[in-house]
Design a protein around this ligand. Sequence first.
Ligand SMILES: C[S@@+](CC[C@H](N)C(=O)[O-])C[C@H]1O[C@@H](n2cnc3c(N)ncnc32)[C@H](O)[C@@H]1O
Length: 179
Amino acid sequence: MLERHPWPVLAWDHNAYYHRLLLRHVPAGTGRVLDVGCGAGSLASKAALRAAHVDALDRDPVMVQAARQVVPTNVTCVLADILDHPLVPGSYDAIVSMSALHHLPLAPALSRLATALRPGGVLAAVALPRIDLPREVPVELAATAYHHLLGAALTVTGHPLRAEAPVLQSRPCLSSTQS
Ligand SMILES: C[S@@+](CC[C@H](N)C(=O)[O-])C[C@H]1O[C@@H](n2cnc3c(N)ncnc32)[C@H](O)[C@@H]1O
């Protein structure tokens, strides 16, 4: 589903903004990369420019189907849950994850990812903190305003950040820890 924003100048892809941050930690020429919770495949496609091979994994079949439409040939899209997908120990040089780890029980997930990384490999992830809404309403309101202002500034200065792939709104993740 391609989304339309009522005020296009404020529409920008928050996740794409952080892709650059994550990819700065994946050295060019990296061997194998795993993207956990790859969604529609945007980050995996960018990682594929720096790596020999990328496994893009997501448990949502709609997302994996969308990713398969856009990723280059050195990306394998995997329909699986990271919590029970068999991972070969030490098989990845880097693992990246954008906006997915907060949907998982963190300790077992991180333990699995640590095992899948080679010694000295890179884990680069952006995830949302757990929020205590009653205490943090002012911060959340300020962050929402800042988000839109930054989007407007990026557009006005000629650096709009749009999703390269059609924006598929992730369906709500059922999680035992946090939604
Ligand atoms: C908010 S979306 C982020 C998608 C993408 N990384 C992006 O930045 O656009 C979170 C994704 O994590 C996936 N996900 C959540 N729990 C998962 C799990 N246990 N194993 C694999 N994927 C998972 C969801 O299906 C969803 O596509």
